[in-house]
Ligand binder design. Structure first.
Ligand SMILES: *Cc1c(COP(=O)(O)O)cnc(C)c1O
Length: 495
């Protein structure tokens, strides 16, 4: 297998090239040209394995130019010691056939760790193969969780620099503190005046600017991306859906009619990984796409029209405050039967007019695969309170959106199959909102919120959150979005 660009299939590269480059030169995203389909025998084997062994089994199908030793080194390095349980992605059964896939037991308490603990290994191994000696410069635009997870993953990794841009008013206080206090000699964090889409658009522009690329090359540097446009982010996410299926089987759950997956969605990376797992043979039924008030994807799934020309809302689930879902491009490539011309046209329509419409054929496939729903902040907080009271399960604001949309789905369709809900962050990352949802008590500071939440719910805050209270802020201030490039050159100390 090889990787091709979603906008030009004649561009063919290996895994190492796709991962070290991040994005194709004409702006398309790299996707595998074929997918392994696992047999019953494969699943039986994987069911008996540890998470690390499962990850190696799955990833060896994607890392076509990595040796078995390299894959072993990368996967073991990523998942040994960095997660607070034997099992990095455990399932919690909360009754009514609902299994929470808890993806927040890593160092930054959000699901991004599952991919971003591994990406630095994949990237540095790739770079050794394809761009010997060049320093890798990671540029990240973040709506909160990616930034910290990437900083943590790349912190002091030799021959890398990492620069993170986040919208100054678009992240939670805890997320901001996590990033602003990041340690490491090779890290740089910058708040911009604007929203996530501004940050993402700015980063994409810097990435695809040939003059900038040239200047980096003169300094023996090369850009890469830790955003989910990088295939190295997506592949590790496929693993946990496959692993979840093995766990359901091991636990004797009813998967005779398959199981549904619900994903709180922003950039469409996580739910796309679930789709790929389905394509690789996991018996997933509906892919339920849950959005907050920024419901551009709900409308897209229901109407077949993607239209970003709408108000942007800052919500209590900030990691989903996104109007341009980058990874939808990969889904469109799938849905169109790998039609690169059609994808390129839709993406250029999106860039020009902020919208595109899919063909009837694609719309029919969307109806078959997906169900889309959304809820606002009030419903999100009500859901946190209800689930805590009725099931004694405390979830974060993003996961609550998924739980709420799942209830809507069940009510409308009556489909009560076994279900996996992606639980994407620790409730303590959004302590104030979660506390408001379960109690009338009020606290003054963010860490008082954490303590109060712990008292009220009789749950423990994760150690990395507690440790933040004494962290020293290293990065302050904010910049205009037009000056992002200056910040990049400043951080890299080049003119
Ligand atoms: C990033 C994030 C999401 C959205 O995931 P996408 O892959 O961008 O769709 C949802 N919840 C949390 C907590 C996140 O950090």
């Amino acid at each position: 297998m090889n990787y091709v660009s979603t906008r030009d299939k004649s561009v063919k590269v290996t895994a190492a090239q796709a991962i070290s480059q991040g994005i194709s030169t004409e702006g398309g995203l790299f996707v595998p040209d074929t997918f392994k389909v696992f047999t019953a025998e494969d699943f039986k084997k994987m069911s008996a394995m540890s998470y690390i062994e499962r990850a190696k089994y799955v990833l060896s199908n994607f890392l076509n130019d990595f040796t078995a030793e390299e894959i072993d080194y990368c996967v073991k390095g990523a998942y040994t010691g960095s997660f607070d349980e034997e099992q990095p992605a455990p399932l919690a059964d909360i009754g009514d056939g609902i299994n929470m896939l808890e993806l927040w037991h890593g160092p930054t308490c959000a699901f991004k760790d599952l991919a971003l603990q591994l990406l630095p290994y994949l990237l540095t191994t790739s770079a050794k193969k394809v761009s010997k000696g060049k320093k890798i410069v990671i540029l990240v635009a973040t709506s909160g969780d990616t930034g910290k997870a990437a900083l943590e993953g790349f912190c002091d990794v030799p021959d890398t620099e990492i620069i993170v841009f986040y919208p100054s008013e678009g992240v939670s206080p805890m997320q901001k503190l996590q990033m602003a206090s990041q340690k490491g000699e090779n890290v740089y964090v910058c708040a911009i005046k604007g929203n996530f889409d501004d940050a993402q658009t700015g980063v994409k522009k810097i990435f695809t600017d040939n003059a900038v690329k040239e200047k980096l090359a003169q300094n023996n540097m090369q850009f890469s991306s830790a955003n989910s446009i990088n295939w190295g982010r997506l592949a590790p996410q496929i693993v946990y859906y496959i692993s979840a299926y093995c766990d359901l089987v091991n636990q004797g759950k009813d998967v005779s009619r398959g199981f549904n997956v619900v994903v709180p969605t922003g950039n469409f990376g996580n739910i796309l990984a679930a789709y790929y797992a389905k394509k690789m043979g996991v018996p997933i039924g509906k892919l339920i796409c849950a959005s907050n008030a920024n419901n551009v994807l709900t409308d897209f799934i229901n109407k077949g029209v993607y239209n970003r020309n709408r108000d942007f809302y800052t919500t209590v689930s900030p990691s989903m405050d996104i109007l341009i879902s980058s990874n939808l491009e990969r889904m469109l490539f799938e849905l169109s039967g790998n039609d690169d011309k059609a994808v390129a046209k839709m993406q250029s329509d999106l860039a020009k007019s902020g919208m595109f419409t899919v063909s009837e054929d694609i719309k029919a496939k969307i109806d078959e695969l997906f169900w889309g729903g959304c809820c606002d902040d009030t419903a999100t907080l009500e859901t946190i309170g209800k689930v805590f009271r009725e099931k004694n399960y405390l979830c974060d604001t993003h996961t609550a959106v998924a739980l709420n949309v799942y209830e809507q789905y069940k009510k409308e369709t009556g489909d009560n199959r076994t279900t996996v809900i992606a639980s994407t962050a620790s409730p303590y990352k959004f302590a104030k909102s979660v506390l408001d949802a379960v109690s009338d008590k009020k606290a003054d500071t963010e860490f008082d919120n954490v303590r109060l939440l712990s008292d009220v719910t009789k749950t423990q805050a994760p150690a990395p959150i507690k440790a933040l209270e004494n962290a020293v802020v290293r990065f302050e201030g904010e910049i205009e979005k037009e000056t992002m490039l200056d910040s990049v050159f400043g951080a890299l100390k080049i003119k």
